[in-house]
Write a protein that binds this ligand. Structure first.
Ligand code: FAD
Ligand code: FO1
Length: 506
């Protein structure tokens, strides 16, 4: 009798992590077909519960397994910055998955509701495994795919993104970090466990994967999305992510942990933050891995580790809870009643500045905000940091969004503008953390009411003077100016010579 694997060495995925979206009706005479993992949010080989589940199910049925990725023509305003980062990460994954796991990787382009069912049909798959995202677009695609695949296909959704699966942590919309914290913490002993080592599946896929011309694809995508250029400082891929977490040269847990407790709210010290959000957003690193490794070094810096876990596990998983249970997660209608009321009570308060006017045709004029041309040099610096550095400091994101509330004609307009800019320029944008970040700042989601004041009503207020008391505002403005100047200079140097010649060629 094989002894029970110790809890940290479970070879299969905990059942709480899996939701059966569709039970296939397989006629007994037909043997099981292959397993396909449609990789979407968790774009990694290491520590990926969805991949582990797909391999485990394939081995149990003695069938092969493949990984499929669908590249959408357009995804929530993503440009070269995000797509280049994502595709370079996938290019590495493609090389590694076929060499180390002998699992074929298929990349499709277009709409997943077309490409994924077609692939399942072609390979006669019996099980589709998908990772979890609470975003409405994704949920819509999954519902449609459930309708399109044949009866015999089962579909399992695996929450490979959260330490505690979102539907296990809570079965309802949580009010704040205070209400979800103990629910998550009480479940960590069960879910914050180490990962089983992933071995190549028993059965090999009949043919090699399909897709090879990464260079051309990446060049095309980067050219088309050139309006928001790639970032040089942020290296894509799983290896780079692990390096940021715990690399020997400048890893967060190995070299920078101490400053997390002292300087994480100082925008002049961005390296005091972990720098993990781009990798967490694209799933190139597992939050569970980050939490396991952070817990392992807790003795060295308990406050820093506790503060990091509060953000990484409680705050981040609270954001998924909000987007999962609140369909209007990016709208004023998704705010609590008290917040909607207070914002409406003050909707007609005089604003010192208005930077977005709804033109007769309803198009929001965002230029002054987008081009950082407001009367507030601190806000302009934060906008320039987002545009040119591609990752605004966490503290400044609160100030940045709250000023947009102050300077726009309505909270809906403020939400629309902040989400538009956040998703266009942030390398970690298009993420539940971003929607919740904007909703927290503008309509008090997960926050309490504060002393009532013009425009903000009871929404927490932040201003220039408050920032001045907390950090060296002029230093931050100068820092961003330097960084933005550096980025522009490097871009000019990298531009093809033709672009550099000012006077028309003779
Ligand atoms: P660290 O402090 O090292 O945090 C580690 C991880 O914890 C982060 O990567 C993130 O996954 C999580 N985390 C940290 N702070 C928060 C938070 N407030 N809410 C939820 N999770 C958190 N985060 C994004 O990932 N994408 C966004 O688009 C985004 N937009 C935001 C917009 C606004 C207006 C606000 C107020 C916050 C936003 N955040 C967003 C949350 C937070 O600012 C970033 O997660 C953080 O700055 C990322 O940098 P880091 O990983 O170095 O931070
Ligand atoms: N995932 C995909 O499966 N295909 C895509 O084409 C794709 C594009 C994309 C662009 C920007 C971005 O921030 C994420 C993108 N993702 C894509 C990943 C996935 O959609 C994200 O992890 C979710 O947005 C987070 O829930």
């Amino acid at each position: 009798m094989a002894e029970n694997p110790s809890p940290t060495q479970s070879t299969t995925v905990q059942s709480g992590r899996i939701r059966v979206l569709k039970e296939g009706s397989r006629p007994s005479d037909r043997e099981m077909g292959p397993v396909v993992y449609w990789m979407f949010r968790d774009q990694r080989l290491r520590d990926n519960w969805a991949l582990i589940h797909a391999v485990d199910q394939a081995n149990k049925a003695n069938v092969p397994v493949a990984v499929a990725f669908n590249l959408f023509d357009q995804f929530l305003g993503a440009k070269a910055r995000q797509l280049g980062f994502m595709l370079k990460g996938l290019q590495q994954l493609h090389r590694d998955i076929e060499v180390t796991l002998r699992i074929p990787f298929f990349l499709f382009q277009g709409e997943a509701i077309e490409t994924i069912p077609t692939f399942l049909e072609e390979c006669g798959a019996s099980l589709l495994v998908i990772d979890f995202s609470p975003l409405r677009e994704v949920r819509g695609w999954k519902e449609e795919i459930c309708k399109r695949v044949s009866d015999s296909v089962s579909i399992h959704e695996v929450d490979a993104h959260n330490v505690v699966p979102v539907w296990v942590a809570s079965d309802k919309l949580e009010y704040s970090a205070r209400t979800i914290r103990s629910k998550i913490n009480n479940l960590l002993p069960k879910y914050l466990i180490d990962f089983p080592r992933l071995r190549p599946p028993i059965k090999k896929w009949a043919s090699p994967g399909q897709f090879a011309d990464w260079e051309k694809l990446i060049a095309d995508v980067v050219r088309k999305g050139a309006e928001v250029p790639e970032l040089e400082w942020c290296k894509p891929g799983e290896d780079a992510a692990m390096d940021v977490l715990m690399g020997s040269k400048n890893g967060f847990l190995t070299k920078r942990l101490n400053s997390y407790s002292t300087d994480r709210n100082n925008p002049l010290k961005p390296s005091a933050l972990s720098g993990l959000s781009p990798y967490l957003h694209f799933g190139q690193i597992s939050a569970q891995r980050c939490a396991i490794e952070a817990r392992n070094v807790r003795k060295l810096c308990p406050q820093a580790v506790d503060a990091f876990l509060e953000e990484l596990v409680v705050r981040r998983e609270l954001a998924d809870n909000f987007c999962f249970y609140q369909p209007k997660y990016d709208s004023l209608l998704g705010a609590w009643e008290w917040a909607r009321k207070t914002l409406m009570d003050h909707a007609s308060d005089r604003r010192e500045h208005i930077y977005t006017l709804l033109r007769p045709n309803g198009i929001c004029r965002r230029e002054q905000l987008e081009k950082a041309q407001t009367a507030d040099p601190l806000w302009n610096a934060s906008q320039l940091e987002m545009v040119h550095v591609g990752k605004m400091h966490g503290f400044m994101r609160m100030y940045w969004a709250k000023k947009i509330l102050e300077w726009t004609s309505s909270p809906e307009d403020a939400l629309a503008v902040s989400i538009y800019l956040n998703d266009k320029y942030e390398i970690d944008g298009r993420d539940p953390n971003g929607y919740v970040g904007c909703m927290w700042s503008i309509c008090g989601v997960h926050d309490q009411g504060w002393k009532e004041r013009p425009v903000f009503g009871k929404i927490r207020y932040m201003n220039y003077a408050g920032c001045k008391r907390k950090f060296d505002v002029d230093g931050y403005i100068a820092y961003v100016k330097r960084e933005a100047g550096e980025v522009k200079k490097r871009k000019l140097e990298a531009a093809p010579t033709a672009a550099k010649i000012k006077e028309p060629r003779i």
